[in-house]
Design a binder for this molecule. Structure first.
Ligand SMILES: *Cc1c(COP(=O)(O)O)cnc(C)c1O
Ligand code: SF4
Length: 333
């Protein structure tokens, strides 16, 4: 059952499991070159709950072939030299006080809506224990950096050895007070949250947070909730982000259930992202007007802390920007 490598062919066991949509999916894989990768745990969860909201995140769809001039291969202009900090290959700085380290191109699974789906092919890399020396030196010389975001790809796909080496070297930078992981580990590979990993995290002198990328309540399997509990028990701040996705979480009920369940697990919603307009993802877009209405409904249903910030990223801006709420009308009841 294991998918050890990415593929442009549908493996036999998946053909058997999803006979109806295999031909379309394979055509899409061949045409886009963006490989199929479904983590074992996620696949088991799809089969266990039969939830389309999970399946659609990872299964190729003919919508990926639609073209639009507004959907490009590098929507956030990450390849632009301005965001590459002082010419370092894997360190991006867009915002004040924090920078983002692209720790690996590898993910546990390939999300079909991924904004880096084109970049990741150009940037294939699997770091060893000595990787990032230039980037670490850059961080050490810039005392205005207080937080480093470990992203990718998924930083949790790094081996324990590589992760330990990276954290050990980051620990030596005194102005770096916080380390944040952006990861889908809980939804895609909860078994990765092992005792060994927790020990490595415990050794870090910095304040740690995890921003868990979770789009749908059905991602919170029993194993996923156990992984969350372990991270929480280790004093790690747990935040969550999602992308607003057509046919996956574009309903008040799905989102309210997601945020309610997350609150039960000690996870605080952080961002709900407007989809980045990456080529191949037109069919996932939900218009901002519709997103704004969903947020208004969520505010009526949930405690304030369980409502995410609805944001979009615009290249060149100093932060992610809030997507405007409906205008306040003082005369309105
Ligand atoms: C999103 C992002 C961050 C983090 O921004 P926050 O608002 O602090 O969550 C940092 N760097 C880059 C390059 C980003 O894309
Ligand atoms: S886990 Fe994140 S980076 Fe990896 S494919 Fe999914 S959206 Fe893209």
């Amino acid at each position: 059952m294991k998918m050890d490598h990415t593929t442009l062919k549908i493996p036999a066991f998946l053909r058997k499991a999803f006979p109806d949509s295999c031909q379309e999916a394979e055509e899409v894989l061949q045409a886009t070159g963006y490989e199929l990768l479904i983590p074992d745990h996620f696949l088991r969860q799809i089969k266990a709950c039969g939830e389309k909201g999970l399946f659609r995140q990872v299964w190729p769809h003919s919508g990926e072939l639609a073209e639009s001039p507004y959907f490009t291969t590098d929507p956030l202009q990450e390849q632009a030299p301005a965001t590459r900090k002082n010419g370092t290959v894997h360190l991006l700085q867009k915002y004040s006080g924090r920078a983002l380290l692209l720790t690996t191109s590898q993910c546990f699974g390939n999300c079909r809506f991924c904004f880096r789906r084109h970049l990741r092919k150009e940037e294939l890399f699997h770091p060893d224990e000595n990787a990032f020396s230039q980037e670490i030196q850059q961080m050490a010389t810039d005392s205005s950096l207080h937080e480093i975001i470990l992203s990718g790809g998924d930083p949790m796909t790094l081996t324990d050895t590589v992760l330990e080496s990276l954290l050990r070297r980051l620990a030596e930078i005194p102005h770096l007070r916080r380390i944040r992981f952006h990861t889908r580990v809980v939804s895609f590979c909860p078994e990765r949250v092992s005792e060994k990993l927790l020990k490595i995290l415990q050794k870090s002198p910095q304040t740690l947070s995890f921003v868990l990328h979770i789009n749908h309540p059905a991602e919170l399997s029993q194993e996923s909730r156990q992984a969350i509990a372990k991270l929480h028990q280790n004093g790690i701040l747990l935040l969550q982000q999602a992308v607003l996705l057509r046919g996956i979480n574009d309903s008040v009920d799905v989102l309210a259930t997601l945020y309610e369940k997350l609150a039960d697990e000690n996870v605080v919603p952080y961002y709900l992202h407007q989809l980045d307009r990456v080529a191949g993802a037109t069919h996932f877009e939900v218009p901002v007007e519709e997103g704004g209405k969903l947020l208004t409904e969520l505010r009526k249903r949930l405690p304030g802390y369980a409502v995410p910030r609805y944001v979009r990223e615009i290249p060149g801006e100093m932060s992610k920007l809030p997507v405007p709420s409906p205008p306040y009308n003082p005369g309105e009841k």
